[in-house]
Unconditional design. Sequence first.
Length: 758
Amino acid sequence: MHAADTDMDVTGSSRAGMEAYEAAITASTYLRPGPKKKFLDEVEKRIRAAEKLSGKKVLFAQAKQVCRTNWSLLLPFFDAVDALPRDNRFIAQWAKLALDLAKYDIDVAITFLNRTPDALQNFDRQQDPESVIHWGNQGLQTFQAATDTQRIWKAVKAYLIESSAPNCSQTMPRWRFLLDQAIRISTRSIESAHQFIRSGYKICLNLNSDETVRWIDKGLKQSGSEQEIINFFSGISQKSMETGDILTSGVALKEKKNILSIICEALLGKVVELRSNSVLLGCNGFTGGAATDGRIIYLPDKAVEFRFFKLLTLHQAMLLNNFPYTGLDGTVLTDPDRIHADADQRLIQSLPSLTREMDKYLKDFPPAEVSISPDGAVGAAAKPWWGDILPDLMQETDNTLTWIQKKASQEYEDIPPELVEALISSLLAGGERAPDALWQLLGEMLDNIEFTSPDPEELKESVKLFFYKEWDRNLSDYKLDWCQVRQRFAREHQNDFVLNVKKRLDGTIRLIRKQFMKLKPEMFRKFQAQPIGDSLDIDALVQALTDMHSGVAMPENIYIRREKKVRDVSVFFLVDLSGSTDEEVNGRKIIDIQKEAMAIMAEALEALGDPYAIYGFSTEGRFRVDMFTIKDFEEIYDEKVQYRLGNLQPQGLTRMGTVVRHATTRLEEVSAAVKILVVLTDGRPYDMEYGNLEYAIADTKKAVQEARCKKIHPFIITSDQKGSDYLQMISPQTECIILPRVELLPTLLPALYRRLTG
């Protein structure tokens, strides 16, 4: 269709189509020949397709207006027309709205046109196209309300995308409120306002309007740098999440995760991991509710009460256990409401008593609306505990695991498939979704280390699991629940290591014990010639009477005061068991030198009486941070403890920040006026996927700072001669020491302890 075509009908709609095409030619005058030809070819295709539509004259008239405003609007305009209702008034309103938005920002207008089909599908449940006009008008009103429209355009664009997404749970009045808050945020940061509407608003799902305003106030006040404020309003920073937790009431997931996991396991007969749903921010269809990817259940960080948390979890467990979704009658389910209703039915069949709890929440939290399926049938109203259906995420997770397991079976034949699945599931729980990135992380884990430590369920002894945050210097914030510590006892097989140390160094040990005994306080310390006290000081009294007979006023300081002096010190020793401690120095392994030092130190502390704990540590990635209990505070230093010390062997790597955090947690449980944390290590912090050296140092430094904030005094002893480079960044020189020779450790450690606590 070119202007010179003579066989075209120039009357009626064909003339209107020609005029629209000629407007496109005029608008694209300034394009280069190649892009211009491509653009006009696409316009021609769209116009020919539109010729078959009813109401095409109005469409072409609006297309002319759109094209005259900006040529880049024309193709998005035509791409949307198939989805538009055949209502001339609506089409005119819709096109005018696009032109009004274009006056403020072309990119926003294009987004409005592109998202219109989705908006029609998601908003227009009752066949009321006016809801789409209202949707677009809210974006226009945001421009009109902002004093500087250039600062808000990215937020408006994000609103048009997020609010038209499938299963978006926010109402139009709520979006109006959120956009008003974005205007406030934009006065400080354009990108922060954008990220707030894009994802950060989901932090506020459990907050009412007043609480949300306070959350935003705190974010604006507490955030310093541009990156900090962006992280806060993106909803990815710990400060952002903690502020939301503080402002809302309810039950925290972290407090109830264990019992919820047990309930879920009892229902399904298998272990299912529960995680915060914050890692799903940005996933298609995620609105902030409970969800599952088919292997992990993701829950909000807060719920109104535990019973509601239980309903959320059990409902998602039924969804997880029935994918692909099929009804009780065997039919395939695609409608979200019917999938949810089927899950409830299955749940009630398994646990009939839940009916009462469901009825209670339906009374307290009535559904906002009744859903209508595409065929017009009225479905069940959305229930408060339903959460999100994320079939794309579930299918993507399934495909990713299948692809990686197949690839791993070819390149790592000796690695069990169930181990690969467990590792990938753990990485998915951390938020990583890209298959290539997951494969790279898995490859690094499998290539760099031989897995000598078993999974918790394979261990015969009791294992306690703990999750800890990790500092990400790139985000300038924490990654929550990022590392898993597995606390277990060191092996207790009989050995003579400590016994041999005692025999070989008997003289040294007796000397050190004698020196430490001097640190032990007497039961009472006497203070003479005191104004008040427990008894008379005879010497002071005689002197006072003598003074009185000489005409001097009798002094008052004639008593003895006895004060009980108590030494109140606790110390926690962390012994590095990384593979590098297998290296020899002058014919002796570093690990044996460290064990010898701890054997001498234990003898000294037994003489002194200070409570102490000894743990060894080695790591194999963030989900295998092993802490081996050698002696805990409440244990006596007996043969069993000595056997554990003697059995320590080099293995793994050094994720220092996590082990310092775990030791800090243990020390917090101890009642003592002085708490000391001593780390014995032979090298810099390093672990699989622990980032570069700067990342590892930053995390370790943060963990040391956290310990100091809790009145714990960390001290690092290293035999790494290059340690000065990174220790200065981790800890002040007064809190670390670099051994000139590692073999000095057994005699230096007691001397250092005396200096720290004497």
